[in-house]
Design a protein. Structure first.
Lengths: 117, 254
C-alpha cells in the first residue's frame, strides 16, 4: 500500500502512513452544499427581519438562540460531515457539550445573584 | 512501519487493536478533539459575557450599553443609524467562505486539483475580507472612545429617550455629555477579548488555508493519493464560522 511513497514527505509518513485506507473520499455532489447554504442564508435573513420587527423581549432572545442552534446543527452536521461519521465518533464529540449547558445554568444563576449586590 | 490501521486481524472486538474503532484517521480525530476543547474555551467566554450582561438587567444607573446604539456604523455612511447592517455583511462573508471551503473538499474527493486550488483561494479571500471588516469595526469602536477597560456607551435617561426617536437609515448625533455616560468596563473588555480571540482564529485559519493552498499547487496531496488535508483544514474553518454564529447572536442580536 505505502511502499510507493517512501521517498517523499517523511512527515507525511509519520502522521498519515497507511491511513488513506480510512479515508473514504467519495463525492456526494454539490447539491446538498447549496441547499445548506440557502438554509443558512434564509435563517440569517430571518434573524435580521425579527431584529427589526420585534421589540427586545425574552421571546425574541430565545428565538435568536434557537436559530443559532439550528445553524450550528446545519454547519456541524453537513459542512463538517458529522452526519456521515461513525456514530461513536459523533457521540464522543457531541455528548461532552452537555458541560456547556451546565456552565450556562450555573453562570446565569450567578449573574442573577450579582445583580442583587 | 506501523501496520496499525491495516485491518488484517478480524478476530476480537473493535477495541482489540488492528483497526480504527471510529473508522477515521488520526489527524481527523485529533482535529475533532481540538475543536471540542476550543468550543469549551469559546463557550466559557460567551457564557461569561451572558452572566455579566444578565447581572446588569434592570440596572438603570449604569445600564448595559445597547448594541444597536454602539455598532450602528457602515462604511461611507457617517452618522447614519444602520444597526446590524455591517455585522450581517460580515456574517454572510464568513458563511460564503465556508461554502467555498466545503466545495474545495468536494473537489478534493474527485481529485480535481485545479478546482480545489480555485475554491481554496476563494476561501482565503473570504477570510481576509472578514478580517478587514473586523479591523474596521474595531477601529470605529476604539475611535468612539472604547478602551480595554473603559467605555462611555451607557445611555442616560435623556439618551434612551433620544435612542427611541432614531429610525433605521436616519441621521443621528450623540450629545455625549447629555446622552451617554461611563458604562460597565467589562462590556468593552469582553467585546475586545471575544471578537479578538475569534479574529485570531480566523487569522490562524487563513494562514492554514494558505499553506494548504500552496501544497495543492505543489501537488503534495496528488502525490499522497488523497486530499484529506483539505477536510481537516475545512473542519477548523467551519468551526470558526460556527463560533461566529454565536458571537453574532450574543453580541449583536440579543
Amino acid at each position: 500500500m505505502s511502499h510507493s511513497s517512501h521517498t517523499t514527505d517523511d512527515t507525511t509518513l509519520m502522521y498519515e502512513n497507511n491511513q488513506e485506507m480510512l479515508y473514504q473520499g467519495e463525492s456526494h455532489g454539490t447539491k446538498e452544499i447549496w441547499k445548506i447554504f440557502i438554509w443558512l442564508t434564509v435563517i440569517t435573513v430571518l434573524d435580521i427581519i425579527l431584529y427589526f420587527s420585534l421589540q427586545p423581549t425574552m421571546f425574541r432572545n430565545i428565538t435568536f438562540v434557537a436559530f443559532g442552534i439550528i445553524k450550528a446543527y446545519l454547519i456541524v452536521g453537513f459542512f463538517m460531515h458529522m452526519k456521515h461519521e461513525h456514530k461513536y465518533l459523533a457521540l464522543s464529540i457531541l455528548v461532552p457539550v452537555i458541560f456547556i449547558v451546565g456552565l450556562i445554568m450555573g453562570l446565569l444563576y450567578e449573574g442573577n445573584f450579582w445583580s442583587t449586590i | 512501519m506501523s501496520t496499525h490501521s491495516v485491518a488484517s486481524n478480524d478476530s476480537g472486538s473493535v477495541w482489540a487493536g488492528g483497526k480504527s474503532p471510529f473508522n477515521v484517521s488520526y489527524g481527523k480525530l485529533m482535529m475533532w478533539i481540538f475543536l471540542l476543547s476550543d468550543a469549551f474555551t469559546f463557550s466559557s467566554l460567551l457564557v461569561g459575557y451572558g452572566a455579566e450582561r444578565f447581572s446588569f438587567s434592570g440596572n438603570l444607573d449604569t445600564p448595559w450599553p445597547m448594541p444597536d446604539m454602539v455598532f450602528n456604523h457602515f462604511p461611507f455612511a457617517h452618522h447614519v443609524h444602520l444597526p446590524l447592517f455591517f455585522v450581517s455583511l460580515m456574517t454572510f462573508i464568513l458563511i460564503f467562505s465556508s461554502v467555498t471551503m466545503v466545495l474545495a473538499v468536494e473537489a478534493g474527493h474527485r481529485r480535481a486539483k485545479k478546482q480545489v486550488a480555485t475554491y481554496m483561494l476563494w476561501t482565503i479571500f473570504g477570510g481576509i475580507a472578514f478580517l478587514s471588516c473586523q479591523a474596521w469595526e474595531w477601529s470605529n469602536f476604539i475611535g468612539d472612545g472604547a478602551t480595554l477597560d473603559h467605555n462611555h456607551f451607557s445611555l442616560t435617561q435623556a439618551g434612551r429617550d433620544y435612542a427611541a426617536t432614531l429610525t433605521v437609515g436616519g441621521h443621528y448625533e450623540w450629545q455625549d455629555a447629555l446622552h451617554r455616560q461611563t458604562g460597565p468596563g467589562v462590556f468593552s473588555a469582553l467585546f475586545f477579548i471575544v471578537t479578538g480571540f475569534h479574529g485570531f482564529h480566523v487569522f490562524t485559519g487563513v494562514c492554514l488555508n494558505i499553506v494548504v493552498y500552496f501544497n495543492v499547487l505543489k501537488g503534495t496531496y496528488e502525490k499522497r493519493g488523497h486530499y484529506e488535508m483539505i477536510e481537516k483544514a475545512g473542519l477548523y474553518w467551519h468551526f470558526v464560522d460556527l463560533v461566529w454564529v454565536f458571537v453574532f447572536t450574543f453580541f449583536y442580536l440579543i
